[in-house]
Design a protein around this ligand. Sequence first.
Ligand code: SF4
Ligand code: SF4
Length: 72
Amino acid sequence: MTETTHQITVDAQGCIGCGMCARVCPCGAMQVVDKQAVIDYTRCISCGMCATKCPKHVIRDAFGIFAAAPAL
Ligand code: SF4
Ligand code: SF4
């Protein structure tokens, strides 16, 4: 699956590299590289878990559903 067809993206600005997204990802698709979260689109299933947990709200989904969920 390519990035252009995918639902989940991480903003280029604003990520603090906390790693919360990587910890909750069920697929091992999220990694933090140089304090920036990076999605492996060959693994990501667009579940949106990372977007609901990001404390900086920099993970977006194409439909604005997951990112709108309050951080728990
Ligand atoms: S959408 Fe789901 S599978 Fe994709 S990176 Fe986020 S938590 Fe992982
Ligand atoms: S949870 Fe958000 S701020 Fe933390 S590493 Fe992931 S994208 Fe960056």
